[in-house]
Design a protein. Structure first.
Length: 297
């Protein structure tokens, strides 16, 4: 039975039994997104999804990056709850998967750090770009992000939109909540039926995490990180390959000491053995926060 072609590349009559070689499959037709929300299901993501609903946007697909490095409760409770809500709005939730932090630490023979933040590219951007290439090959969808200028110094100059966003495969990217204050954002979250979280999203245990985030790590988090640190071993200079730089954390070396540091009062942590800075540590003095708009906090 003939049907209208929806691939928008050619004017033709599309026969789903035989196809024209260019048209998407019936499943892809169903998914075909007009708007794609990049989501971690943290506060800004929930607010953005609610905003899209209140704007009566249609053809919305919400894409969650399963980094393989989320805190356990986030992946088993928060994400399923949020996906059910997304479906109830008439939107489509999708997950894209990455190889995970452990694999990239092995591949790079070390952990990412601020000036070598390959994690954002490999855990989030590359899997998303592959998904976009498969599901929006002619780049017609608009990408929505929950970036807000109030969030950080780094985001104060973030643009409202990019006509061709390089990290979105050249698609148009818009940040509708750019000027939203935290209280306006929280109003959206409340209307969505969620309670604003008092911490950042936990879809990725972050190499840039501060004390408050690290304090939330439980034994499951600590044991996983410790195992990967142990397996990563030492650099050629004899430095342990650890997730958090000792010279940034009063000498705390390895995740168990890092957690002790996080639980200590400011400036009061005393490491069992102080680590002298090396060249990498000095370079990191000029650190910059994550520059990838809307991908990482
Ligand atoms: S959240 Fe942190 S660890 Fe995860 S990809 Fe972003 S910068 Fe890297």
């Amino acid at each position: 039975m003939a049907d209208e072609c929806v691939c928008n590349r050619v004017v033709c009559t599309y026969d789903p039994d035989f196809g024209c070689g260019l048209a998407p499959t019936p499943q892809e037709q169903k998914l075909r997104p007009h708007f794609i929300i990049r989501s971690s299901y943290g506060n800004d993501s929930i607010a953005l999804i609610q905003w899209a609903y209140e704007q009566e946007l249609e053809g919305v697909v919400v894409v969650y990056s399963d980094t393989g490095w989320a805190r356990k409760w986030w992946q088993t409770e928060r994400v399923p709850q949020a996906e059910e809500w997304v479906k109830s709005l008439g939107f489509t939730p999708v997950q894209v998967k990455s190889v995970g932090m452990e694999a990239i630490v092995k591949q790079h023979k070390g952990w990412p750090f601020r000036l070598g933040q390959f994690c954002t590219d490999e855990l989030k951007i590359a899997p998303m770009q592959a998904w976009l290439a498969a599901h929006d090959p002619d780049k017609r969808a608009v990408i929505l992000t929950g970036v807000r200028r109030e969030e950080s110094e780094n985001r104060k100059t973030a643009p409202h939109y990019r006509l061709k966003s390089p990290n979105d495969g050249g698609r148009c990217m818009v940040s509708p909540l750019l000027e939203f204050t935290e209280s306006r954002r929280d109003e959206l979250i409340s209307r969505a039926g969620f309670v604003p979280l008092d911490h950042r999203s936990e879809e990725c245990r972050c190499i840039n995490a501060g004390k408050e985030d690290i304090k939330r790590f439980d034994e499951d988090d600590i044991a996983t990180i410790e195992r990967i640190e142990t397996e990563a071993g030492y650099t050629s200079k004899g430095k342990p390959r650890v997730m958090y730089r000792p010279n940034k954390h009063l000498g705390a070396t390895g995740i168990r000491q890092i957690v002790e540091w996080a639980r200590s009062a400011r400036g009061k942590y005393a490491a069992p053995a102080a680590m002298p800075p090396d060249d990498d540590d000095i370079a990191e003095q000029d650190e910059v926060a994550c520059q990838k708009e809307g991908w990482c906090g």
